[in-house]
Design a protein around this ligand. Structure first.
Ligand code: OAD
Length: 247
């Protein structure tokens, strides 16, 4: 492990353009459940009942209650050393993009700036009628389901649900960041949900160096240049630590 961390450090120290892809695992040490695995959300809830356009049109209140529960969980949590290590690192490297599948907003709270949110944001409500997007941090909501401030129509979470497509500008921005980078870091994602799952492979095919940091091996680990298994909140601060120089 120590050796792999040093190797990752060497690769990153030599790069001036880095792209990161993060998933639920980076927020696990903040106490936010991941989706798959032992205590994953999809072990206890059915995505088709809660995270699809059909589920929302059948029972918007039920869907909103689930998101309200998740908003409370996240509001009570804080970024962890993994989030902070990435935010600090962004200040040190000339070109940096963070693509995240997470909707929790913890990267922003830690200070990361150049973020592409692939799956939307839990703190935004999108009007089902006029499309207006409102930032909203109410927990609990004053009214459930929440209504649009503009036109009083039903609001929905500004999240990409199963069966929906990620907006093209988000895909373009992600692919551009992958194309332009020298090194890609893939952190805390099981790598089974498209299109994020293929992004590492696209990077690999275009000659980028890929480092994966994940609690356990993933289906794509063997394709990557380096795969480090452990907690991102412990590994990232070590990878980005600046060596002390003595004069
Ligand atoms: P998953 O729950 O599928 O995977 C999380 C990964 O993080 C697993 O491989 C864990 O082993 C790993 N992990 C757990 N704790 C970790 C830690 N402390 N440090 C490093 N790794 C850790 O989550 P995602 O891959 O993000 O989409 O899931 C992708 C998408 O599936 C989500 O964005 C969500 C879900 O359905 C939507 O809701 C649209």
């Amino acid at each position: 492990m120590e050796e792999k961390i040093l190797e990752a450090k060497r690769i990153i120290d030599d790069a001036s353009n880095i792209t990161v892809l993060s998933g639920a695992g980076i927020s696990a040490e903040s106490g936010i459940p991941t989706f798959r695995g032992e205590d994953g959300l999809w072990k206890n809830f059915r995505p088709e009942d809660l995270a699809t356009p059909d589920a929302f049109s059948k029972d918007p209140k039920l869907v909103w209650e689930w998101y309200e529960w998740r908003r409370k969980l996240i509001k009570d949590s804080k970024p962890n050393p993994g989030h902070y290590a990435l935010a600090d690192f962004e200040q040190q490297v000339s070109d940096y993009t963070l693509i995240t599948q997470n909707i929790d907003g913890l990267h922003q709270l830690a200070g990361s700036r150049n973020i592409v949110e692939m799956h939307g944001n839990l703190w935004q409500i999108r009007c089902t009628s006029c499309g207006n997007i409102e930032q909203n941090f109410e927990v609990p909501f004053k009214e459930l389901p929440p209504l649009c401030k503009n036109c009083n129509s039903l609001g929905r979470p500004n999240i990409v649900w199963f069966g929906e497509v990620i907006p093209m500008p988000i895909i373009d921005k992600s692919l551009m960041a992958i194309e332009n980078c020298q090194v890609m870091l893939i952190i805390g994602t099981s790598g089974v949900v498209e299109p994020a799952a293929s992004m590492g492979l696209i990077a690999k095919q275009t000659g980028k160096t890929i480092i994966e940091i994940n609690l356990e091996p993933t289906p794509n680990s063997n394709f990557y240049d380096l795969s480090i298994n452990g907690k991102s909140g412990e590994i990232l601060p070590q990878i980005f630590r600046k060596e002390q120089t003595s004069n």
